[in-house]
Write a protein that binds this ligand. Structure first.
Ligand code: H2B
Length: 98
């Protein structure tokens, strides 16, 4: 099980991910896709990346606005896995024009 990051490490990693913010023991970001189908494609790509990483975000879908929330349940907080997947989600969103 990975160790949770302390507040300073979280703040440090968030500096490199400006779309993300801390919300308790999670980090979250909203993605506005160009359309509802484009948003679903973003979610499908994120699902594949999450399976590959064996690390899964909470996802809320409202028309073309997606909210991703990340935390490492097994560790009870934020770990490097959350920040790695956050960077992957950023790349996927950018690829879809979101
Ligand atoms: N995703 C997240 N976000 N946190 C976890 O602790 C986690 C996960 N654990 N995906 C994984 C799956 C675990 O259940 C498997 C057995 O590795």
């Amino acid at each position: 099980m990975a160790d949770t990051l302390d507040a300073a490490e979280v703040a440090d990693r968030l500096r490199g991910l400006p779309a993300w913010s801390r919300d308790g023991d999670q980090i979250r970001r909203q993605v506005t896709a160009p359309s509802f189908p484009a948003g679903i494609e973003v979610v499908a790509d994120v699902a594949r990346a999450a399976e590959d990483a064996d690390h899964h975000p909470d996802i809320d879908i409202r028309w073309r606005t997606l909210t991703f929330a990340l935390s490492t349940h097994s560790a009870g907080g934020l770990t490097g896995k959350d920040f790695d997947l956050a960077a992957t989600i950023d790349r996927i969103a950018a690829r879809h024009g979101a």
